[in-house]
Design a protein around this ligand. Sequence first.
Ligand code: PMV
Length: 315
Amino acid sequence: MPAITATAPGKIILLGEHAVVYRRPAIAVPVTQIRARAILTANPRGKPGDLHIQAPNIGLESDLDELAPDQPLAAAVRLVLRELGIKQSPACTLRITSTIPVASGLGSGAAVSVALIRALSAFLGKPLEDERVSSLTFEIEKLHHGTPSGIDNTVITYAKPVFYIKDETIETLEMPRPFTILIGDTGIPSPTAAAVGDVRRAWQADPMTYESMFEAIGQIARSGRAAIEAGRIDSLGLLMDENQELLKNINVSSPELDALVEAARRAGAAGAKLSGGGRGGNMIALVSTQNASRVTQALQEVGAKRVIQTEVRKP
Ligand code: PMV
């Protein structure tokens, strides 16, 4: 049996993180330069049911049977077997690698799950449809995040810019004018579950204030969609700045994120904000092709650990 490989991209949230957990819209786009990869190889000498997992990025090498039920890779494998009604897989090795930094708001967990689910279901001769891939990934996201909105599994499965509202039909964005985004990494790992949990407690303590901030963020995402679809990219920059103010108000920014955001704006970015769960992880800046290298340099000067440049366009 030949080896089967599947990959999935990273992602950024352009507008609307956190409020999206509370059913407001958000816009997310894939980042194709960074990817998770799953490779399945048959072990002709192994016993049926033997499934060996290698994930060098997280230092994991183990048989499936030895992993706890809530270990995300093991849980994803078992979910696929159950979904396909397969009791025992043929003896095989599943190797997971990824160039997406973990716990930094770039969707690494969801991308690993999407690649794994696609590769394993294809290896077992029953490749799953996107809709199933996305919903199984959502199940695994719950192990990572607690109460995910579903935006990560959606944008990463479909690998297209999406306008997303929890539990509503997925809409992809028209992109008459591509634009350039820089992604600056604070280098500070920040598990999304902690930020999402803190926001939930603050919302429970003061629902009126938080609902109105979520509503304002949702409106920004709607305006952002209109701006992108009309090719008004400068308006998108202003909306990113407004979104960042609200993210600060809900207490998910950090001094390191703020420093990168300010530096990007000073160097000429049309707008900048954190992206994802916040507290650490990555920020994004909207730039022109002319000022991309100046803004990159400014981000590095104030401590960005890595800067990725990505073109946002309809695939
Ligand atoms: O996985 P991250 O860190 O990009 O966070 C996703 C965005 C949140 O809105 C904070 C959480 C969610 O599930 O939508």
